[in-house]
Design a protein around this ligand. Structure first.
Ligand SMILES: C[S@@+](CC[C@H](N)C(=O)[O-])C[C@H]1O[C@@H](n2cnc3c(N)ncnc32)[C@H](O)[C@@H]1O
Length: 221
């Protein structure tokens, strides 16, 4: 396991450490359907090596390992890692899953290593400039032609009432509602990914998007 030094005072880390034992009860009930569809859309083949960024309580790590992938996860919060480790212990999948601690903005992996990278409900935690940093790191560690799967809250144009309430809560209480809807496809295009597939879902009438994008491999399409 990589134990990258992570600043003790990091507020995101402290937030998820506090939330970790209650995260599944509070959030997983409505998030899991979209996350599972996002993992399915990645269509991982047996033996492929996948990185999950921000693996939280470990549901997607488990789903990916059940698809016979070799899975590496990186997570900022020790509390979340410990809940994920509890889920994986005794599942019979331990040999296929490595759970690291570290920061998505500076991934401790070599260039071109992974066949795929996956993130759910995590990219929208970052400020716009940091999103480009995270995507650039994801692109660096993906092999050419490798796939990036993102599941994220999506912007709604024009916004519906739920979107307006959610954005208002994020702007006024960011320490409670840390995610906000983002333009995932736009961010991916700016980072130099090619969009392969987009699926729009919804949680409590908030749009959620699953996007599969590809790191260009130099071939003409
Ligand atoms: C909203 S939760 C989603 C967890 C999981 N992906 C899921 O779908 O249930 C966001 C996760 O991202 C992690 N995270 C936040 N900032 C991070 C960073 N800079 N590097 C790695 N993980 C981070 C948090 O600790 C948390 O576990």
């Amino acid at each position: 396991m990589t134990n990258e030094p992570v600043a003790q005072e990091n507020p995101t880390r402290a937030f998820y450490d506090r939330l970790s034992k209650r995260y599944d009860a509070l959030a997983d009930a409505w998030e899991h359907g979209s996350r599972e569809k996002g993992v399915e859309a990645l269509a991982i083949g047996p033996g492929e090596e996948v990185l999950e960024i921000g693996y939280g309580t470990g549901h997607a790590l488990e789903q990916l390992a059940r698809a016979k992938a070799r899975v590496v996860g990186i997570e900022l919060s020790e509390g979340m890692r410990s809940v994920a480790a509890g889920r994986i212990a005794g599942s019979g999948l331990e040999a296929r899953i490595q759970m690291d601690l570290g920061d998505a903005r500076a991934l401790p992996y070599e260039d071109d290593r992974f066949d795929a990278v996956f993130m759910s409900f995590t990219l929208e935690l970052f400020a716009d400039a940091e999103i480009q940093q995270v995507l650039s790191e994801a692109k660096r560690v993906l092999r050419a032609g490798g796939k990036l799967g993102i599941v994220a809250l999506a912007e709604k144009h024009p916004p519906n009432l739920m979107s307006e309430i959610y954005v208002w809560l994020h702007e006024h209480f960011p320490h409670l509602v840390d995610c906000r809807p983002i333009d995932t496809v736009g961010h991916l295009r700016r980072a130099g990914f090619r969009i392969r597939e987009t699926l729009v879902m919804s949680i409590w009438s908030l749009p959620v998007v699953s996007v599969v994008a590809m790191k260009p491999d130099g071939a003409w399409y």
